[in-house]
Design a protein around this ligand. Structure first.
Ligand SMILES: [Zn+2]
Length: 174
């Protein structure tokens, strides 16, 4: 461990980088967004699909429901694998389903899980590909239904996301 890292660790232990402090800073630094009118349907869909998750190794069940620009809802759950690295998150399952249906325009996604309902870093990047300004509804499955989820912008969850300069999009083969 480098001297610098040791200093950081010491500061962390001394409470300088306490988790609570970081969390409260994170919360106040984000603007809370207005829930989309369909939030209840999105929440229900995410909670429903969560019960279908394949999570025999972690017991961590996650549901996600995408709201497309045309008003459709497409859901997905996490799918684990004995080879852990192959596991795919609920958010990415929903996006892959939508893309395979020919849908790429999304205005919101609801993510529901027990505990702290935030998408992982990989999913934030994956979602950014399609709409960095997407609304993200953070639904805690421990809360009663009808509890409004927290609503944030994807760009607040992943500022300065990785993007390639676009080239003319190739037409899909027919
Ligand atoms: Zn994820």
């Amino acid at each position: 461990m480098s001297t610098g890292n040791r200093a950081v660790l010491k500061l962390h232990r001394a409470g300088g980088f306490g988790t609570q402090k970081i969390n409260s800073h994170w919360k106040t630094s984000m603007q809370s967004q207005a829930l989309p009118p369909q939030w209840r349907e999105l929440q229900m869909s995410a909670r429903q699909v969560r019960t279908l998750a394949w999570a025999p190794y972690s017991g961590f069940f996650v549901g996600a429901a995408l709201l497309t620009k045309s008003g459709e809802i497409i859901s997905g759950c996490n799918v684990e694998n004995a080879s852990y690295g192959l596991t795919i998150c609920a958010e990415r399952t929903a996006v892959c389903r939508a893309v395979a249906m020919g849908i790429r325009e999304f205005s919101a996604i609801c993510v529901t899980l027990a505990g702290n309902p935030v998408p992982c870093g990989s999913c934030r990047q994956f979602l950014c590909e399609f709409n960095p300004e997407m609304l993200v509804l953070l639904d805690c499955a421990d809360h009663a239904e009808e509890t409004p989820p927290e609503c944030v912008l994807l760009s607040d969850l992943l500022p300065r996301s990785f993007q390639l300069k676009s080239v003319d999009l190739p037409a899909n083969p027919r």
